[in-house]
Design a protein around this ligand. Structure first.
Ligand code: FAD
Ligand code: SF4
Ligand code: SF4
Length: 399
């Protein structure tokens, strides 16, 4: 797609300059010029009063025979023999997509001695598992896992692949997509089927979270995306459900893996394991200064929960980025979420709105967080949190 100005028709009104969100149009000698910053978004086309801006659609050559690609796959992420929750969540959602498409749901399980996990994968809904085992898969490696996923895709040709938007998924997904010549929608917050085309509709925040964009992959296969943990509920497991296991031999040679794992350092303790936490106590700029975050930690401690934060608190250096909740932080879905001194900006809500119960503490009764909170306390966090800690301590002592 390219956008160009028909110079002879341009009357030099400059209307297009202000309409371009990327500052890609300049005026020279009373004529509009489109510069290299143009992303071909098309926003300028309709504002031109004389139709001097044209959007040219290039002829596409479709390289793949889409009919050869069938089935929905979920990449199973496991660490030290434990399947991450997000993989179960994606099996639940993958099941719905596969049923809607009238296709099967398969899982890809790569690791060392991971065959015992297949029961767990079938119980979450998979019809089939591609199992690749080997000592080279003891720990995740970009090279080893990319080679293996790429080989599986080229051999078995799935139509759709879902991966968790975790550190590993964000590393593996785009790399594999590039190798197999398809696109990838990163960090999705919803999935569906586009009624008109039958394609997977991948939804994710765009333009700083102010709009939700729904993206289709019409020309290439597989359709790929990474999906944030906790945006879907983990399915009820049925351990009587079973399926076919296809064992695939690893094609990874030792020299293919260019990195060596020297040491695993546990940087995240239970208090920052937000994605798995059932209770989260989060603090924002309203905590006023870094020392006051000890109140957040204390309340989280009493409740056996994890500590979260808004980006404002992270940017101020009060707490590490690992604890950030929101669009550019973690997506969480605890049973109870305490928002302490957090205003409720859309980018924060993007990360915690699937919490079962939200309790907001804010001194401003008009703070946007109260619009979505189940319980609201209007007051100073420095008074309310110590009172809550004292009450919860009393309750714990009484039990
Ligand atoms: P503020 O908006 O400043 O709110 C502080 C609140 O504390 C106010 O409501 C105030 O009334 C209250 N308060 C003050 N003092 C007290 C007191 N003593 N007692 C009780 N209440 C008090 N933000 C995120 O959180 N996560 C993200 O992932 C994220 N990603 C972003 C991505 C982009 C592209 C952009 C543009 C922004 C992003 N943001 C994100 C930032 C977001 O827009 C907000 O700026 C941020 O969430 C505000 O943090 P806050 O609520 O802590 O601070
Ligand atoms: Fe700007 Fe979009 Fe027009 Fe390109 S197509 S000049 S980016 S408004
Ligand atoms: Fe020229 Fe149209 Fe831009 Fe006006 S809006 S400067 S006529 S291209």
């Amino acid at each position: 797609m390219a956008v160009k100005v028909i110079s002879d028709q341009c009357i030099g009104c400059s209307a297009c300059v202000g309409a371009c969100p990327f500052g890609a149009i300049i005026m020279e000698n009373d004529k509009a010029i489109i510069t290299e910053a143009c992303t071909a978004c098309g926003a300028c086309v309709d504002v031109c009063p004389v139709g001097a801006i044209l959007r040219e659609v290039e002829e596409k050559t479709v390289a793949v025979d889409k009919n050869l690609y069938k089935g929905v796959w979920v990449y199973i992420e496991q660490v030290n023999g434990h399947i991450r929750n997000v993989s179960h969540e994606l099996l639940g959602e993958g099941r719905k997509l596969a049923d809607a498409m009238g296709q099967e749901l398969a899982a890809v399980l790569i690791g060392q001695d991971v065959a015992s996990l297949t029961k767990d994968v079938f119980a979450s809904g998979a019809d089939k598992i591609y199992l690749v085992e080997g000592t080279e898969f003891k720990h995740y490696s970009t090279d080893g896992y990319t080679i293996t996923m790429t080989d599986l895709i080229n051999t078995y040709r799935p139509s759709v692949i879902l991966m968790g938007a975790t550190n590993d998924g964000r590393d593996l997904g785009p790399r594999v997509a590039c190798r197999v010549g398809t696109g990838l929608t990163a960090d999705c917050t919803n999935l569906g089927i586009d009624e008109a085309t039958g394609l997977v509709a991948w939804t994710r925040p765009a333009f700083g979270g102010n709009i939700m964009a729904t993206i289709l992959c019409p020309d290439h296969r597989p359709q790929m995306g990474t999906i944030r943990p906790k945006v879907f509920k983990r399915p009820e497991q049925d351990f009587s459900h079973t399926g076919e296991i296809i064992k695939v031999a690893s094609k990874v040679k030792p020299e293919d893996i260019r990195t060596e794992l020297i040491e695993v350092i546990q940087a995240c303790t239970a208090s920052c394991n937000l994605e798995e936490a059932e209770i989260i106590v989060s603090g924002g700029r309203g905590m006023c200064k870094p020392e006051n975050f000890t109140l957040i930690e204390e309340l989280a401690n009493v409740l056996g929960g994890a500590v979260g934060a808004s980006r404002a608190a992270v940017d101020a250096g009060w707490i590490p980025a690992l604890n950030q909740v929101g669009q550019t932080g973690k997506t969480v879905g605890p049973k109870v979420y305490f928002a302490c001194g957090i205003s409720g900006a859309i980018q924060h809500l993007a990360g915690m709105s699937s919490s079962d119960i939200v309790i907001a503490i804010n001194k401003d009764a008009d703070a946007p967080i109260f619009k979505m909170a189940d319980y609201g306390i209007v007051g100073d966090v420095l008074e309310v949190i110590p009172a809550l800690i004292a009450e919860f301590k009393k309750l714990k002592a009484a039990n």
